[in-house]
Design a protein around this ligand. Structure first.
Ligand SMILES: NC(=O)c1ccc[n+]([C@@H]2O[C@H](COP(=O)([O-])OP(=O)(O)OC[C@H]3O[C@@H](n4cnc5c(N)ncnc54)[C@H](O)[C@@H]3O)[C@@H](O)[C@H]2O)c1
Length: 421
């Protein structure tokens, strides 16, 4: 029997691991991405995604995978998975441009019997109200009758050594029960456990519930961090104690702000949908306000710490440690390091940064000098701000060297010149 054809549209953090898994499961996989550099890199065996190695890309190529930026070179497909970005528009609403473009491409290459699965995070109703009409119009076929259409949220956690694509349960929700079964059949071959949602809308909502839950709980501890300091309470110690409760509590930790896609961006998709009902989603809006204020709070704390040691922020040499949005990965999307750098620079700080994962870094179009020797840089800075506690960092050594250290992660050892957020 000929191998079934799988087309993955969008070969980023979500699409690439899926393509690898599908190729390993015996599907004939093609990747379509509008970025020629990503396509060329993958076809040359180079991964641009943190958790995917060059060897895995090479293995997938050996199994017949190819990437293309030329839609015309595609052919009819058995399964089409859409993994393109869902950013925010200028008014902070959903920007479904890429989803619509990818859906149009899918519509041109689906045939009777094809499964189309949307994985991009989006507001509930998108699969049925936005994707379905485009597919039906372009293909002339009926969703749920001639072809299957489902939503399956991606739960990739970049940098997580324990849970990857294959062993994280995969939710699937079709626009009809038979579409759910078609999606469950496909994903059952590429990952260990499939969870069936009642429909595509519940699957879309499940993803936003997960993201919103984290967003709100991070905002809760960020707000607590601010008042705990004024009350003289070590919040990290309190969280550590609370986390010993064997039920009913999950620890979240304060930090300099939220980054990546899932936390700062995705909940906006849900609040947009709720606003169409004529009222706001107050939890999300409050969480956004609190988490969005953290970069300013970090900057104020930096100024205060320097001031207590009779140094002004204006003219101070400030070393930022770790500028990615998450530890141990290279992804800088929405990293709070960026607004923090802007605010510090606006107040006259002379910035340098250090990050083992970032070779060069520019903020507002202006390069920030990179410290190559961490010991020297930490010793010569008036203030070191730990933004991301990458595993590579020897925090006791950094704390011993730094003149002043503002620790936004609660990860450095306590010392008179070290302050936690
Ligand atoms: N990165 C994560 O950790 C993560 C986790 C869960 C869900 N998601 C969601 O998955 C979706 C994709 O995210 P990602 O992190 O993989 O994004 P990404 O930016 O890493 O990759 C998206 C890819 O799609 C390509 N692309 C853009 N428009 C295209 C088009 N019209 N046709 C073909 N290719 C196109 C881009 O060139 C890029 O390579 C988003 O909705 C995101 O919210 C991401």
């Amino acid at each position: 029997m000929a191998a079934e054809h799988v087309l993955v549209i969008g070969l980023g953090y979500v699409g690439l691991p899926l393509a690898i898994q599908a190729a390993a499961a015996g599907f004939e996989v093609t990747g379509f991405d509008t970025s020629a550099s990503i396509v060329d890199g993958l076809n040359a065996g180079r991964s641009h995604v943190d958790d995917v190695s060059d060897a895995e890309v090479a293995g997938m190529l050996a199994r017949g995978f190819r990437a293309t930026a030329d839609e015309q070179s595609l052919g009819p497909q058995d399964v089409i998975v859409i993994c393109v970005p869902t950013p925010l528009s200028e008014s902070d609403g959903p920007d479904l441009t890429a989803v619509k473009a990818a859906t149009a491409a899918a519509g041109r290459w689906l045939r009777a019997g094809t499964l189309v699965s949307l994985e991009s995070t989006t507001y509930p109703g998108t699969t049925d109200e936005v994707v379905r009409p485009v597919l039906e119009k372009i293909s002339g076929l009926a969703a749920g009758i001639d072809f299957s259409l489902a939503f399956s949220p991606e739960r990739i956690d970049p940098g997580n050594p324990d849970f990857g694509f294959a062993n994280t349960p995969k939710i699937v929700g079709g626009i009809t029960p038979s579409c759910t079964e078609a999606a469950a059949g496909f994903y059952g071959r590429v990952c260990e456990r499939v969870v069936r949602a009642k429909s595509a809308r519940e699957a879309e909502m499940a993803k936003l519930l997960e993201n919103t839950y984290r967003h709100v709980n991070i905002a809760l501890v960020n707000e607590m961090a601010i008042f705990c300091r004024e009350l003289g309470i070590d919040l990290w110690d309190a969280i550590g104690c609370a986390a010993t409760k064997p039920f009913g509590f999950q620890p979240f930790y304060p930090g300099p702000g939220v980054g990546g896609h899932c936390i700062p961006i995705d909940p906006n998709y849900l609040s947009y949908k709720v606003r169409t009902l004529g009222y706001p989603f107050r939890f999300v809006e409050l969480a956004q306000e609190i988490n969005g204020r953290m970069p300013r709070y970090v900057t104020d704390r930096a100024a205060e710490l320097l001031n207590r040691h009779a140094r002004p922020l204006n003219g101070a040499r400030v070393l930022l440690l770790g500028v990615t949005y998450k530890k141990d990965i290279a992804d800088q999307r929405e990293s709070p390091a960026r607004p923090i750098a802007v605010k510090l620079r606006d107040r006259g700080a002379q910035l340098t940064y250090h990050d083992p994962y970032v070779d060069s870094w520019a903020v507002g179009g202006e390069p920030v000098p990179r410290a190559t020797d961490l010991d020297d840089a930490a010793a010569s800075a008036d203030l070191v701000i730990l933004l991301q506690a990458h595993h590579d960092y020897d925090l006791p050594a950094i704390a011993a060297t730094a003149q002043l250290l503002l620790d936004t992660r609660g990860a450095a050892p306590a010392a008179p010149h070290v302050e936690a957020l």
